[in-house]
Design a protein. Structure first.
Ligand code: HSE
Length: 428
């Protein structure tokens, strides 16, 4: 039976889950995959963690140099995270011709093209199923399952922390800070939640997934990014009355006009399959020209769901002699011929506070009309307190250009006709 040696760099949550999965399932993989995958070496300075996981003394490496020089190691698993040390170690492994499997979305989003070129030069693989949506096999689906299609659209809930927070705000009417604290207490959100709540994590994932879906290099810097920190529970409740659910969506669209990539809080119809993805669950909804629509759903984080993705790459690399690389010409300027659309079109929900007196509505509508924005629905809600003549006014627009909305909102702000409380994009 073929024997494949692996090393694990970093025994945090995902590295630890990967170690346990590989050790516990070794015989199962021998039987089902006809391959003996052996953890030869682990590299982590945390001796308590090594002990907790029961790593045998002879498997503990002293340095990365020792790992990459070990001829018994075919595959190096990187579960350190971040770009600095992780990238340095990955480059050392690739330069020694060792296939790398990683869960590192930030490194892959920022450096995969450079790393893949090093892998190609050294005839080894670079696999990263675990970098996006944890246990959900979205990358293999894009690389294999849906290759028959032009993928025209992708919409994903790719961050569990923010989905948990928005679910709590929707279900309990909790405000953002309260829901965040609950997510932190449950271990979903980190002490410093910036990476999740400001949507950096979703942005990295969208750049990786849309590069694969659209066969083109999509740098993370091209993704329009807005997080959830300013989401008001009031809008979630009002949106519900209009038949919408609010989600942090990672949206990629590919058409003859170009590629559009954006992450922001988005209203979707309550009957959309993504609307029922709640708590810390993730899902990716794809539209292909032959396939029509599909949705993959599951756990996007956690030790074992993510280890499932890491180990699936290890098994793939251990059982295939042919290496899979990106499906477009990967050079440093691969994105220079791609047209990225920043003035995208979508529908909008706008909540204003206005003075409830004759003529105000007409003036507000004339501002929208000036910028060619067509209104689908207007609803004036009741006064928020008895002795104020200010009322909330909610406007839903037809599909319109982002810049038109920005101009109209800027005009409303200077006109003092209304206070613009929130602007939320709406996808059908
Ligand atoms: N922090 C991420 C999430 C998981 O909340 O989904 C890892 O990307």
């Amino acid at each position: 039976m073929k024997r494949v040696g692996v090393a694990i760099l970093g025994l945090g949550v995902v590295g630890g889950g990967t170690y346990k999965t590989l050790v516990d399932h070794r015989e199962f993989y021998q039987k089902t995959q006809n391959v003996d995958i052996v953890v030869e070496s682990v590299l982590d300075k945390n001796t308590a963690r090594l002990k907790e996981l029961g790593v045998p003394e002879e498997c503990i490496a002293g340095s990365i140099a020792e790992v990459v020089a070990n001829p018994a190691i075919d595959i190096v698993i990187e579960t350190i995270g971040g770009v600095g040390v992780a990238k340095e170690f990955v480059m050392m492994a690739l330069k020694e011709g060792k296939t790398v499997v990683t869960a590192n979305k930030e490194m892959i989003s920022k450096c995969s093209h450079e790393l893949e070129r090093i892998a190609r030069r050294n005839s080894c693989g670079l696999y990263y199923e675990a970098s996006c949506v944890g246990g959900v096999p979205i990358i293999r689906t894009l690389l294999d399952g849906v290759q028959a299609n032009h993928i025209t659209e992708m919409m994903g809930i790719v961050n569990g922390t923010t989905n948990y927070i928005l679910t709590k705000m929707a279900q309990d009417g909790a405000d953002y800070q309260t829901a965040l604290k609950e997510a932190q207490a449950l271990g979903y959100a980190e002490f410093d939640p910036t990476n999740d709540v400001e949507a950096f994590d979703s942005t990295y994932k969208l750049s990786i997934l849309s590069s694969m879906a659209f066969h083109t290099k999509v740098p993370y810097t091209k993704v329009h990014r807005e997080g959830i920190t300013t989401v008001d529970a009031k809008d979630i409740a009002i949106g519900k009355e209009f038949g919408y659910a609010l989600k942090l969506l990672a949206i990629g669209k590919n058409s003859a006009d170009g590629v559009e990539v954006r992450v922001h809080p988005t209203f979707i119809p309550a009957e959309h399959p993504l609307a029922s993805v709640n708590d810390a669950y993730n899902a990716v909804y794809l539209r292909g020209d032959a396939l029509d629509d599909i949705m993959l759903y599951g756990k996007g984080a956690g030790a074992f769901p993510t280890a499932s993705a890491v180990v699936s790459d290890v098994i793939y690399a251990a059982t295939h002699s042919e290496i899979k690389y990106s499906t477009f010409k990967n050079n440093a300027t691969a994105d220079s011929n791609v047209k990225f659309i920043s003035d995208f079109s979508t529908a909008y929900y706008i909540r204003l506070s206005v003075v409830d007196k004759a003529g105000v509505l007409a003036k507000i509508c004339s501002v929208f009309s000036k910028y060619g924005i067509s209104i689908v629905e207007i609803a004036q809600k009741g006064r928020e307190c008895e002795n104020s003549d200010v009322v909330p006014l909610v406007i839903i627009t037809h599909k319109t250009k982002e810049n038109a909305i920005r101009n109209a909102v800027a005009k409303l702000k200077v006109s003092e006709l209304a206070t613009v409380e929130s602007v939320i994009r709406v996808e059908a």
